[in-house]
Design a protein around this ligand. Sequence first.
Ligand code: GDP
Ligand code: IMO
Ligand code: MG
Length: 433
Amino acid sequence: MPATILVGTQWGDEGKGKATDLLAARTDFVVRYQGGNNAGHTVLAGGQLLKLHLIPSGILYPDVTPVLADGVVIDPKVLLEEMDALTDREIDPSRLAVSGNAHLIMPYHLAMDAVTERYLGKLKLGTTKRGIGPAYADKAMRLGLRVQDLTDPKIFREKLEVVLKEKNLVLSKVYNRLPLDGDSMAEDYLGYGERLAPHITDTAALLYEALRAGKRVLLEGAQGTLLDLDHGTYPFVTSSSPVAGGALAGSGLGPKEVDDVIGVTKAYVTRVGSGPFPTEDAGEAGRQMGEKGNEFGTTTGRARRCGWFDAVLLRYAVRINGLTELFLTKLDVLSGLPRLQICTAYRADDEVFEDVPPHQSLFHRAEPVYQRLSGWTEDLTAARRFQDLPPAAQAYVRRIEELAGVPVRYISVGPDREQTLEVTTSARHRRPA
Ligand code: GDP
Ligand code: IMO
Ligand code: MG
């Protein structure tokens, strides 16, 4: 069976958790391939509300195997707490498979994330302070400790000693912080390792064999296309590759294993943290999106910045990820806005750009070119078929589809698993009633 990749098309929080949970009903494996507990994925199904940071969103299905693949960075304390919290709610995390190649987030990564942000002052990135950037930096520097190191106390202590010597010098001499104690750190981590040992495996081989045996694999992205280290709004990005290409590198699967690439896209746009955001709306519409959409970070509780749908960014996400279809979320949040608008191009320095401008300065100065559309007042949360949507909502979806050049296959009208419409081809081409 082929694998499916699911990615965020914006700056994260598009509703990937909800989409993954829904699609996991038809899947055997759900795989996180990058990022760490900077992610916050919300799932609401069967009366259960889950806020997941590391564990893949398929966890509610007893037959799904959740996988943390090679490209993920793991804070083992957070992972074990998340597993315990699930167990307390009678959700069984025992099937979780964790790659031995995944890198560990260490206490000095958390310390460095905090001090480097403080050091940047008003130029700070607004990270989640979960140690993500410093952990990926050590991985690239070949100084990282990996999950498999936890299973060999001698190697773990040796590697930690070397790394900590340098980290403590930087923390104390550059940032004026107290040095961290290696012995207690090793003790804690080796303890986490004992508990994680039954889960540690070669996940790339596991997934390869699963596909050979006809099983279905869903690769769940965290963050989003515009937060990608290579393809996002650098430097206001995360330190991994959420895009579809990153799903292959992070899981160890080859490109021919994948057929569908689903882009999760919110019916408006949000961003947490610093960085350019051309369609940001500081007025009444942005306020309604934030309030009605409950746009507060799942991980840090920060208010998300809100703005109008940006089709330039969606087309970019279609291109960068090779999207085959869209999962449009939070359409219900737009009910009651008298007028809607979609950004179809940018204007910067008297030039019109239909694609993301080639230089960051142009993107920072980009003024959206908007197309106006009619709003609707009806509540959408009970709609279950495309035909149930009011004509103006149908037109809004169809315009997004036209601008993207790929079909909207699912429409989400509420946080619950049930509040989803699957759009059939015939419904898509029917004229609104
Ligand atoms: P993720 O990081 O992409 O998984 O998204 P988050 O879970 O951080 O943020 C999405 C939020 O919107 C969560 O609180 C979801 O429960 C909620 N949500 C998802 N889809 C919908 C929808 O269609 N309508 C509404 N009103 N809320 C939704
Ligand atoms: P999910 O998976 C939204 C943002 C942070 C910050 C930047 C870098 O829930 O969509 P980091 O801690 O990764 O070094 O922070 O990236 N960010 C997210 N924004 N959703 C996320 O994840 C995010 N993960 C990181 O706010 O601007
Ligand atoms: Mg989130």
